[in-house]
Design a binder for this molecule. Sequence first.
Ligand SMILES: Cc1cc2nc3c(=O)[nH]c(=O)nc-3n(C[C@H](O)[C@H](O)[C@H](O)COP(=O)(O)OP(=O)(O)OC[C@H]3O[C@@H](n4cnc5c(N)ncnc54)[C@H](O)[C@@H]3O)c2cc1C
Length: 455
Amino acid sequence: MGKVETGGVGGGSCRRWLWAAGALIAVLLAVTVSLRNVPKISFFGITEKPFECSDSRKFTGMVEDCSCDYETVDSLNKEMLHPILQELVTTPFFRYFKVKLWCDCPFWPDDGMCQLRDCTVCECPESEFPAPFKKPSGGLPTDDMICQEGKPQAAVDRTLDTRAFRGWIEIDNPWTYDDETDNAEMTYVNLQLNPERYTGYTGSSARRIWDAVYKENCPKYPSEELCQEKRVLYKLISGLHSSISVHIASDYLIDESNNLWGQNLELLYDRVLRHPDRVRNLYFTFLFVLRAVTKAADYLEQADYDTGNPEEDLKTQSLVRQLLYNQKLQSACPLPFDEARLWQGENGPELKQQIQKQFKNISAIMDCVGCEKCRLWGKLQVLGLATSLKILFSVDGKNRIYQPLQLQRNEVISLLNLLNRLSESVKFVHEEGPSAEKLFEGRMSSPTGKNTFLQ
Ligand SMILES: Cc1cc2nc3c(=O)[nH]c(=O)nc-3n(C[C@H](O)[C@H](O)[C@H](O)COP(=O)(O)OP(=O)(O)OC[C@H]3O[C@@H](n4cnc5c(N)ncnc54)[C@H](O)[C@@H]3O)c2cc1C
């Protein structure tokens, strides 16, 4: 029988020497490549595949700890997810978000940070609002109100309505601090009138929030420690933070006196692109939330999207179906994230409780955000993440697991709006990233973001 020769079997001493030299070179190459790609241990405890390209800022291969690669995510997002989501969030069902905007900070109430809490905000015209949400009598004021306090770009354009949506249950999310069943002081906000973008919220107040949020995580866990679930939590927050920064960069107030808005690619580079882990965490968060949406497909398909406008509501339902049952998505990226790999250790239940508590604290910190519009989007997106966590790890506070999924309307709205925000960020990074890197790589960062580019 013919023998297939390997370096270690048969052959003379010369061949053995060649094999040993080849193996040594291979090992040296592998070590060199892996040293250039940190972190090296994934949260599943598996050594990560190094990025295949020589430039660590170009993203190829699998998105860390997920089951889709960067190229697939970019093309699915551009061709399918982004267009559907962009249309979906404009429908009446998805554009009104119920939120308590008071700045009731439970952590540091007396530092004056929340002075903008009483900002008089502009109300949207009555014609904008779906009929079922309107109060039975009186309706809404139609005259436009001018914001009196704070930077106008930081104030929320909102309208008040206490009426609950039809056909939806009121249920508390165990991952959030807010009691979602409590309708007191709730405001309906038209998200289309309040895009997430530059607001001028910066300095020690903003820094304090992010510091507090990261302290609730495990960013300093050494990579050897198998804290995979805590790493998920950190990556979700970091990915959200990246996405917020991307929105600031993509819609920036370049010239305040002329109210001129445009892109700030230097800010994009400084805050996100030059930290490859922040880009990776953005993609991770996108896939995590996408997985939650697709996992809840049956629920979302059957949900009641009635806003009293049959034409629009049918469109909403059709767009939701297009998103949930997309052939391309199902064949190219059937399982964006595999949640079954979490909580498997013997201390899984305790760990889950601990992380749930940490996430609740993060959600409570959102009440301390000292800019109304940032608070709106902070609360919406944290609720969106909490909803993803609830879908993927359905559990109540007492750790009775895997009950039938029940979502409240606001959770569904936050979930899909969060997915849309992440989708926009992924698209912007993919499309503008290479030119921003070319322009700013190697330059000193500038906090003022002077190098700006008009849209
Ligand atoms: C909930 C929330 C919502 C906000 N929404 C808006 C908004 O809509 N519009 C607006 O103009 N401003 C918003 N801000 C403020 C904005 O996020 C920044 O805090 C502000 O622009 C100042 O930025 P900075 O350069 O000091 O760094 P920051 O973005 O404040 O970051 C603080 C520190 O966190 C670390 N960090 C930064 N990014 C990441 C990441 N992706 N992953 C891990 N660590 C990171 C870095 O060490 C950085 O120095 C919001 C702030 C919060 C807390």
